[in-house]
Design a protein around this ligand. Structure first.
Ligand code: HEM
Ligand SMILES: [Cu+2]
Length: 618
């Protein structure tokens, strides 16, 4: 089995590279007369870099890319069936599915960690996790879920759908695309290995001074996240170029499906800001090696870290949620059978959020000791974001208004995105206003808020997209009854869990802590029970997906009778997407507009052959 061999071979090479890297650094340290050549964290850095490189070469980058650096001929292996998914494959559809499945697995692992936390928090007093173990569990849950939120929709749905929706054969840089994906498994492995080095004590935000003085799990954390940042940046670059240059003839900016617009805005945010997080963690690594960027002991400033970190991490929430908005609007238009209301305003909203996202970061730092005169401007800038967000709501509600809603599973999830995000948006106002934030900061109110926005806004959109594209991806249909059961179960479980979290938050219950005062026992037990209820809903999803992928009835090419290009080709689509390249002649959402067509597929040779037969001349 070639694919299995290639994965194990690549793993082996990766490990050899890792130890080789450790050894090379040790050799250099020995050469320069260090007393313990093997003992430094810098060895881990050397191991990571070389290990990563050899892993990539092993998984297929050597044959398809590396050889040409030495003037050798590259080759591509076309593997049949499932084996494609385990090799360096440049087809955007394969890469999209690789991303989706990988991040689904990460999602369920991180979800299991959440269950563990809620078990610990079901009752006051330590049950079975020590404080340090709780921190490690929480930090790992947080960072894994952030990774899911940043990459599952963009890498999974974006890769799969964007080239199809714009009528392209593939992404602009297919090999770069494959590289972007294959950097991800080492990131997951690196993060999952952190408990073996003592766990992530500092949560996903990694604030110094703790991040500088804590155990060596920090190094793995930083290396993984810097690598992950690299994948985000490369992926973003690829989307921007693809959307600018690869659109089918006639697909003007004004006819672009709204999901593609959201991906365009998101990619700019990822390209511009991701380096902030990566740079901050890089400097933390240097501080651990003896520099003093953030270390007060050497004259550094820990507040500087918070600025650099949030300079990325606030825009990052839009990286998570804009594609979710884009998907919600996209699906709401198709399933309301109406043109998207206020299309131009929605586009302006995406671009407006792109513009504003970079100037609001310090709303995460109102209690950090930053100068008071900065409070006002950051409060105002943050509140301004509700204007473009409001336009997106306007577009969604205007489309639903008097539409003939077709309440299929994707549509249910899309409508839930709008509902949930409204709740998350309202609580955000209290957090952006300085007087209320000073009371609420670092409490479960914040936990409730960001779960409403991220899970409610983005993870629901992810499921909407999975139910929408499953027939396209697999050529099979799932059970709609089970999908609806999953929807209602998840929707109720989600709202119960995270609505209840506001209550102890208002009373001041701290986040990131394994214990709480016993007066808060009843509400915490309720949250935990609701959390387990929510967790169980995914079992229905997993069963439905796995069973239907293998046994489901064959799906039609266009089960939703949608107008956009991805539905005008077979399910699953052929290797380069369209047997005949499309020519776009109208808007994507003009349902019910007589005579309008989004695209035609002119057969080039038919025109030639047809002309003389039609009587010659004229
Ligand atoms: C089954 C659903 C989930 C439950 C029950 C849950 C529960 C929790 C809990 C109890 C915490 C710790 C809060 C604290 O002590 O401050 C937490 C933190 C966090 N969760 Fe979730 N969570 C779930 C899903 C998700 C998802 C889907 C995401 C992202 C897409 C996510 C992102 C985060 C983040 C970023 C943190 C913060 C970690 C930190 O501050 O270091 N969670 N979650
Ligand atoms: Cu923010």
């Amino acid at each position: 089995m070639y694919a299995v061999k290639s994965v194990f071979g690549a793993l082996g090479l990766g490990l050899i590279g890792f130890y080789l890297g450790l050894g090379i650094v040790a050799f250099l340290r020995w050469l320069f007369g260090y007393s313990d050549p093997w003992g430094g964290e810098i060895n881990i850095i050397g191991g990571w870099v070389l290990g990563l490189f050899m892993w990539l070469m092993g998984i297929g980058m050597w044959g398809q890319w590396g050889r040409e650096w030495f003037g050798l001929k590259t080759y591509t292996r076309q593997l049949p069936g499932w084996q494609r998914y385990f090799t360096f494959n440049t087809d955007h559809k394969v890469i999209g599915i690789q991303y989706l499945v990988t991040f689904m697995v990460v999602f369920f692992l991180a979800g299991a960690l959440a269950m563990l936390m809620r078990l610990e928090l079901a009752q006051s007093g330590n049950q079975f996790l020590s404080n340090a173990q709780y921190n490690g569990t929480m930090g790992l849950h947080g960072i894994l879920m952030v990774a899911v939120a940043v990459a599952a929709v963009i890498g999974g749905i974006g890769n799969y759908a964007v080239p199809l929706m714009i009528g392209a054969q593939d992404m602009a840089f297919p090999r770069l695309n494959a590289l972007t994906f294959w950097l991800v498994p080492p990131v997951a492995v690196g993060l999952l290995a952190t408990p073996f080095l003592g766990g992530i004590e500092h949560g996903w935000t990694a604030y110094p001074p703790l991040a500088i003085y804590t155990n060596s799990a920090q190094v793995l954390f930083s290396l993984s996240i810097i690598t992950f940042g690299l994948t985000s940046i490369l992926g973003a670059l690829n989307f921007i170029v693809t959307i600018i240059y690869m659109r089918a003839p006639g697909l003007t900016w004004g006819r672009l499906p709204i999901f593609v617009w959201s991906m365009f805005a998101t990619s700019w945010i990822a390209l511009l800001y991701t380096q902030g997080f990566a740079a901050a963690l890089f400097l933390v690594l240097l501080d651990r090696l003896g520099f003093s960027f953030f270390n007060t002991a050497g004259g550094g400033d820990p507040l500087l870290y918070q600025h650099v970190f949030w300079f990325y991490s606030h825009p990052a929430v839009y990286i998570m949620v804009l594609p979710g908005f884009g998907l919600a609007l996209e699906l709401i238009a198709h399933f309301s059978r109406k043109p998207l209301f206020a299309y131009r305003y929605a586009v302006a909203a995406f671009l407006g959020i792109l513009g504003l996202s970079g100037v609001v970061w310090a709303h995460h730092m109102f209690t950090s000791g930053m100068p008071n005169y900065l409070h006002g401007p950051f409060l105002v800038a943050t509140e301004l974001i509700s204007i473009p967000t409001g336009l997106i709501f306007l577009s969604a509600l205007g489309t639903i208004w008097l539409g003939r809603l077709w309440l299929k599973p994707p549509m249910l999830f899309a409508l839930a995105v709008i509902f949930n995000f409204a709740c998350g948006g309202v609580t955000g106002i209290f957090l952006a206003d300085v007087p209320t934030d000073i009371h609420l900061q670092d409490t479960y109110f914040v936990v409730a808020h960001f779960h409403y926005t991220i899970v409610g806004g983005e993870i629901f959109a992810l499921f909407a997209a999975i139910y929408y594209y499953f027939p396209k991806m697999t050529g099979r249909m799932y059970s709609e009854r089970l999908a609806k059961l999953h929807f209602w179960w998840m929707f109720i479980g989600f709202n119960a869990t995270f609505f209840l979290m506001h209550l102890p938050g208002i009373k001041g219950m701290n986040r990131r802590i394994a214990d709480f005062p016993s007066e808060l026992d009843p509400v915490n037990l309720a949250i935990s029970l609701a959390g387990f209820f929510l967790g169980a809903s995914f079992l229905v999803f997993i069963w439905n997906m796995v069973y239907s992928w293998v046994r489901g009835p064959v799906a039609e090419a266009n089960p939703w009778q949608a107008r956009t290009l991805e539905w005008q080709t077979s399910s699953p689509p052929p290797h380069e997407n369209f047997p005949v390249p499309p020519v776009v002649s109208g808007g994507p959402y003009d349902y019910g507009v007589p005579g309008s067509k989004h695209a035609t597929f002119p057969v080039p040779s038919a025109g030639f052959a047809g002309a003389p037969a039609g009587g010659g001349g004229q």
